[in-house]
Design a protein around this ligand. Structure first.
Ligand code: PLP
Length: 628
């Protein structure tokens, strides 16, 4: 086995497609600044309101785009249904986080007759992060009494819809129409960074995080009722060391809403059985619930068919499955596997094991000083021997959002297949595997508000059909004699034995929850949280941020001069604040930045600026103690 490590850490930073939150801000600020842009915007933004002056895109009720004038008045058609009111205080703060003296708040129980478990409205926009409605069957049977799973929403509210934001090309075109001279200076994706134009959203990565925190901007208020959302998560009312818990360890695992907890109980109370095997009522209920969850996952990922969804234990097992099926069949001696420097150990070790067995070569895409993949270096690594590119969509250690669309397209043009590790992406970004054209996409349920012990491999059906099974046993066979076995087609071929039925069903409930809030809303809110935290941390002497890419999601890794990361983690824990300190199972990328460990607060949509303030106060106190 040969491992070729990166030799270059320089080069142009990625100039790929910005994330959803970034697009929101780009559009909002652009249209707020450009006189007369509203007319042009109407061409590109479905539902864009030309009424009023310089609208700032905002979500006034879950899933509904309205506009808020600069004075903060809602001018959209849904103003009456608004759950979020602009206020002088950043409404990203939870105004009434329960302080209940140690006992849990009463969890929000499902209400009979509430919101149906329907799927989000179909989208007609072409953007990859906006899933199309592919009309999957949703066979989530036996959910009477679980109809209204809490999200802090009213039963009759419309589900999340796309913001209909333009892509980078369209913004560029729009800019070109309005300011032809400026646009000429704008480099295409991947072009020389020195030729950057003056548009703020194309400024240098380091500069980007220097801007003032946007939490103070009412247009970036939580696009959902943050207090109601928090009440959906009973554990958030826990007290740790006498303080209310602050859960900033979301990259390690996320907390579970009551609806997921209830769904698991309901399964064991009313549906528990093995699946697919018996002709009795409970087997039918359990099978319906399990296959219903598969449908939800397929729709969530934008897969073409439920047959492309394989349930496994988590992202780690998912990657091992691909290594042991696709890898064993299609990767041989001197073939090459490309990973990036950002990878979690789960997306390194299985490939090393395969390479050791087969005599294959692992090549590593370097990142720049901001922690972004260097596409030019990646291009140089691709060649006719490349069989697989396995990269993360969001780095767990740095938060970098990688340009997976470009990575996949480039790999395909070299004839290679691509596995995307979505473990850190699916809870923050809208994913559409068909639009991305990913060959494999994997994630873990527990990182997207679902149970532990359940995860997913998405694989293109035509590809899965060519793969051998990984494990043998029951469920995955069509016929067995002592001489030979005929296997089931995908996905059953890859699900030997009794799977984690209940937790798959729980994952389905978690997806329902996330879809009700709307991934676009989540991305918008979390980006504001990240900006707030980043700005706060940067203002503390002795703090060094690790990972400052322009496109980031919900992770603010840092080290504090004069302190071990465990000391910072311990001091935070004393205040009830849970962060991860250590190597985050991503040692190569931390070493790229000259550190062995970082403190890693990581955010979810139930976090608030008030909680970030509590973290900042501890870090500031530690920094001051060292200096005095
Ligand atoms: N990939 C990434 C990017 C991760 O962050 C993680 C877990 O932190 C994994 C893979 C492995 O996930 P799991 O431990 O749930 O299998």
């Amino acid at each position: 086995m040969t491992i070729l490590t990166p030799t270059s850490n320089t080069g142009a930073a990625n100039a790929g497609l910005p994330d959803e939150a970034l697009l929101n801000r780009m559009a909002s600020e652009f249209f707020a600044l450009v006189p007369g842009a509203a007319q042009a915007a109407a061409q590109f933004l479905p539902g864009f309101s030309e009424a009023g002056s310089a609208p700032v895109a905002s979500v006034s009720a879950p899933g509904r785009l309205s506009s808020v004038s600069e004075s903060g008045n809602h001018s959209g058609s849904n103003a009456g249904a608004a759950l979020t009111q602009p206020s002088t205080q950043p409404s990203i703060y939870a105004s009434a986080i329960p302080q209940n003296g140690g006992s849990s708040v009463a969890p929000s129980r499902p209400q009979a007759g509430g919101a149906p478990l329907s799927t989000p409205a179909a989208s007609t926009t072409p953007y990859y992060f906006i899933g199309a409605d592919n009309g999957y069957p949703v066979a989530d049977g036996n959910l009477d009494g679980l109809a209204a799973q809490g999200t802090g929403r009213q039963a009759d509210q419309t589900l999340a819809r796309s913001f209909g934001l333009p892509g980078q090309d369209q913004l560029q075109q729009l800019l070109g129409e309005l300011y032809p001279a400026n646009t000429q200076a704008a480099p295409a994706a991947g072009a020389d960074a020195d030729a950057r134009p003056a548009y703020y959203f194309q400024q240098g990565e380091q500069d980007y995080w220097d801007t003032a925190p946007r939490a103070a901007n009412p247009a970036l208020a939580a696009p959902f009722d943050i207090n109601a959302v928090r009440r959906d998560f009973p554990i958030l009312a826990e007290r740790v060391n006498g303080k209310q818990l602050v859960w900033f360890d979301n990259a390690a695992t996320t907390q579970k809403p009551q609806s997921v907890i209830d769904r698991l109980s309901y399964f064991y109370e009313h549906e528990n059985s093995n699946i697919h095997r018996a002709a009795h009522e409970l087997a039918a209920r359990a099978t319906d619930a399990y296959e219903g969850a598969r449908s939800k996952v397929a729709k969530f990922l934008g897969a073409a068919s439920v047959d492309e969804i394989i349930f496994v234990r988590g992202a780690t097992e998912a990657i091992n499955l691909v290594a042991n099926t696709f890898g064993k069949k299609f990767i041989g001696a001197v073939d090459e596997i490309i990973v990036s420097q950002l990878e979690h150990h789960a997306n390194i070790v299985p490939w090393q094991q395969l390479a050791a067995e087969k005599g294959a070569v692992i090549r590593v895409i370097p990142v720049d000083d901001s922690g972004q993949i260097i596409l030019d270096e990646y291009r140089k690594l691709l060649n006719s021997k490349t069989r697989l590119v396995a990269v993360t969509q969001v780095s767990n250690a740095l938060g970098t959002i990688t340009p997976v669309q470009e990575i996949i397209a480039l790999a395909h043009s070299a004839g290679a297949r691509v596995l995307i590790d979505g473990a850190q992406a699916v809870s923050h970004l809208r994913v559409n595997v068909q639009a991305l054209d990913a060959d494999f996409y994997v994630f873990s349920g527990h990182k997207v508000f679902g149970p532990t012990g359940i995860g997913v491999v998405y694989g293109k059906k035509a590809l899965l059909d060519q793969l051998p099974p990984w494990q043998g046993g029951g469920n995955m066979i069509a016929d067995v004699t002592f001489e030979r076995t005929q296997y089931q087609p995908a996905p059953a071929r890859f699900e030997a034995g009794t799977g984690n039925i209940a937790d798959a069903v729980g994952l389905g409930a978690a997806i329902d929850y996330v879809e009700r809030l709307g991934l676009e809303n989540i991305a918008l809110y979390e980006h504001a949280l990240l900006e707030y935290a980043t700005h706060g941390l940067k203002s503390i002497p002795g703090v060094r941020l690790i990972g400052t890419a322009h496109e980031k999601a919900s992770v603010a890794s840092f080290v504090l001069e004069g302190y071990q990361t465990e000391e910072v983690g311990k001091a935070l824990n004393e205040e009830g604040i849970a962060v991860r300190s250590g190597h985050h199972c991503a040692q190569p990328i931390l070493r790229r930045f000259g550190v062995e460990a970082t403190v890693r607060p990581s955010f979810a949509f139930y976090n608030t600026c008030e909680e970030i303030d509590r973290l900042l106060a501890v870090v500031r106190r530690l920094a001051n103690q060292k200096r005095n």
